[in-house]
Write a protein that binds this ligand. Structure first.
Ligand SMILES: [Zn+2]
Length: 333
């Protein structure tokens, strides 16, 4: 499940490199500089999921040795009304729902390591290469960083509050299409984990059925981009929760593969779509924005299972999962 060094030499003379600058923003807010760097988290790989040969958020794991250092650019491009003063304090409300989101577009790059590879043709014909990253980030912004109203009639949380979600200080994302095993993974660059690389397998892209190419490529890109923009409880969140949030966003974008289904085997943190459907249950039960709050709590504090869930949703996660299992069983009857 590792990526072969031999496939990862970006400086090979016979490579045809395409750098597509979709948009440019690089000046991260000063307050983000003190944010902790993401740390690695091991995780099991359930079947029928999007394999990640390497864990995400692992600075220094990249084999890149000769690529040029990322360059800086200037003007931030807010996706919507940007909140420049993120705070842990609940926002004072005046009855109006706030819908501002926090993700600013970073510098986005596309690197096609082998333009002659059949997977490259599939990618370029199935998605709009100049907008797929931007659109996916907008979707992530909508689902993980849009300020929801929690004091709804559906909410049974102990202290319904509104939050000011703040994304990690990701400064650039480079999508690298290359010939490798597996499907895709995300990592920090050698120089700075705020610069993310998404490695996506050309072999895998080539193997996707024609009817599924657009949805599958966009779905994988969305999943990996979530890893560039999610929090991890100071590195202590279970890998299954991290992967579950990534697939939950994919689910919200109607990009779920046909084989995904609600399953309770493996526990709440089985990861990927298993956890994604559990998160969807929580979203429906506790109100829109619940996963956004989970992600925000993973920003605020070191993850400790019992207090994390009890403080957020009023009961332990095992109990919530049992309730979820109950609803699945009922639907089967
Ligand atoms: Zn993942």
């Amino acid at each position: 499940m590792t990526c072969p060094d031999s496939d990862h030499n970006l400086s090979e003379a016979d490579d045809l490199n395409i750098h597509l600058i979709v948009s440019a923003v690089d000046n991260v807010a000063e307050e983000n500089k003190d944010q902790p760097k993401p740390t690695p988290f091991p995780m099991p790989l359930p079947p029928n999921t999007t394999p990640a040969p390497k864990p995400v958020f692992m600075p220094g794991m990249s084999h890149r040795t000769e690529a040029p250092a990322p360059t800086s650019t200037a003007i931030p491009v807010p996706l919507q009304n940007h909140e420049d003063t993120a705070s842990d304090e609940p926002t004072k409300t005046n009855g109006e729902a706030e819908t501002s989101s926090s993700i600013e577009l970073p510098r986005l790059r596309l690197h096609i390591q082998d333009i002659g590879h059949e997977g490259s043709s599939v990618f370029l014909s199935a998605v709009n290469a100049s907008t797929v990253l931007k659109t996916s980030i907008e979707d992530i912004s909508k689902h993980l960083y849009t300020n929801p109203t929690f004091a709804s009639a559906h909410s049974t949380t102990p202290t319904p509050t509104r939050i000011r979600p703040q994304p990690p200080p990701t400064r650039s994302v480079t999508l690298i299409l290359r010939d490798m095993d597996g499907v895709a993974y995300t990592t920090g660059s050698d120089l700075d984990s705020d610069h993310k690389e998404i490695h996506f397998s050309l072999r895998y892209i080539r193997s996707i059925a024609a009817s599924r190419q657009t949805a599958e490529i966009t779905g994988v890109v969305t999943h990996e981009l979530v890893h560039c923009y999610q929090w991890n409880g100071k590195g202590k969140a279970p890998g299954g929760l991290i992967e579950g949030i990534a697939d939950w966003v994919r689910l919200q974008c109607d990009l779920a593969p046909p084989h995904w289904k609600r399953e309770v085997a493996g526990g709440w943190d089985a990861g990927y779509q298993h956890t994604a459907y559990f998160l969807q249950y929580l979203e429906e039960r506790f109100g829109e924005g619940t996963v956004c709050r989970i992600n925000n709590k993973l920003r605020q504090e070191r993850y400790e299972e019992k207090p994390f869930w009890t403080e957020l949703l009023g009961r332990p996660v095992e109990q919530l999962f049992e309730d979820y299992q109950g609803t699945i069983e009922k639907k089967k009857e």
